[in-house]
Design a binder for this molecule. Structure first.
Ligand SMILES: NC(=O)c1ccc[n+]([C@@H]2O[C@H](COP(=O)([O-])OP(=O)(O)OC[C@H]3O[C@@H](n4cnc5c(N)ncnc54)[C@H](OP(=O)(O)O)[C@@H]3O)[C@@H](O)[C@H]2O)c1
Length: 328
């Protein structure tokens, strides 16, 4: 009954969990430009300080972990994009946010007849062998993917069309990545860096947003069947973390445009640094779980399709990063 009522009113309505975040704001702005009606649940802190990208969305004060409330709020939406994630926390918190919430979301989608689901995961996550990943973040991301694949597959034809995006690290004017490395070099004489040799394939936030929006229209398109699709969302170039810190330093003009010297830390010292950072108030710049995530390369494996599959030509990092780091 809920599903029948829901389908009558669901034309071009999309529900974006995590729509208030860094990537979510770009996704929402793009969806609005494409004529979608966008609903964004939030933990009730933005009603009075709404970012400009969200000016046309319906913001809902909603605890998305409350399954009944989530299901009711979802009714009438054709599509869902899930961008909710945490980077730091305990095993229980990763499980609550990346697995249990996705289980509730999957049940809610089935109950109200959502037709399209886009799950933003992360490169290094594996739906088939989630526990083989090196960190709690990546293991729980893989478990969340598996939940949705199972739910989509629970009927024939699939209950909803599922696209899973696995981005490498994401850059953009409001990132907490290159901006953090740039601001550290404004104050520190040198950067002691954990995971300096870890490899990344940074992708522009607008390309990830484009992929998420594009995924909503793949139904019945030239992109083919409604079978679940997993995509690696990566940029055109691979960098080590050391190179990325150096680029951030140069582009932000630190030390007259030369950037600060970067010292790679040995593993034991990196672990100690991360442990101390976790004790500081607020979000740590680096946690032990982040170090664990960097034990696998954060780059496309090339086995799965990439952004080109959605006809997206991924942007290079340096010209875009120069446009915002130069101002910072
Ligand atoms: N940024 C990157 O470099 C990167 C790289 C690879 C993959 N990803 C993936 O891309 C997605 C978006 O990342 P992002 O950088 O945009 O994240 P973000 O800026 O931290 O935003 C996360 C969003 O999730 C919501 N949220 C956070 N904790 C929550 C909780 N405990 N319960 C309910 N909602 C919660 C927040 O909404 P409210 O505060 O409004 O409730 C926020 O809008 C994530 O799935 C992430 O894993 C990001």
């Amino acid at each position: 009954m809920l599903a029948a009522n829901s389908q009558r009113s669901q034309q071009k309505r999309v529900f974006v969990l995590g729509g208030t975040g860094f990537v979510g704001r770009s996704v929402c702005a793009m969806l609005l430009r494409q004529g979608w009606q966008v609903t964004v649940p939030t933990r009730a802190r933005l009603q009075s300080e709404r970012p400009p990208e969200l000016s046309g969305v319906t913001l809902l004060d909603l605890d998305v972990h409350e399954e009944e409330a989530l299901t009711q709020a979802l009714a009438g939406h054709l599509a869902v994009i899930n961008l909710v994630a945490i980077l730091h926390g305990t095993q229980a918190l990763f499980s609550q946010v990346h697995v249990q919430l996705v289980e509730k979301l999957a049940r809610a989608c089935l109950a109200v007849g959502v037709r399209q689901v886009v799950q933003v995961s992360a490169i290094g996550a594996s739906a088939s062998q989630p526990l083989s990943a090196p960190s709690m973040y990546l293991r729980s991301k893989g478990q969340g993917e598996a939940v949705l694949l199972h739910a989509a597959d629970s009927s024939n034809p699939p209950a909803f069309e599922l696209t899973i995006l696995r981005p490498s690290v994401i850059f953009g004017a409001q990132d907490k990545f290159l901006n953090v490395f740039a601001s550290l070099q404004k104050t520190l004489p040198a950067v002691p860096l954990a995971g300096a040799a870890a490899r990344f394939q940074p992708v522009w936030v607008e390309d990830v947003a484009n992929a998420a929006c594009h995924s909503l229209t793949r139904c019945g398109s030239a992109l083919g069947s409604s079978a679940p699709l997993i995509l690696e969302a990566c940029g055109p170039d691979i960098f080590t973390l050391r190179e990325l810190v150096q680029i951030a330093g140069r582009l932000s003009g630190a030390r007259g445009g030369r950037g600060r010297p970067v010292f790679g830390l040995p593993n034991w010292l990196a672990w100690l640094q991360a442990s101390l950072m976790e004790l500081l108030p607020g979000e740590p710049v680096m946690s032990r779980d982040n170090l664990d995530s960097m034990r696998c390369d954060n780059v496309a494996q090339g086995v799965l399709p990439g952004l080109a599959f959605l006809s997206i030509r991924a942007a290079a990092l340096q010209p875009i990063a120069a446009s915002y780091l130069g101002r910072s």
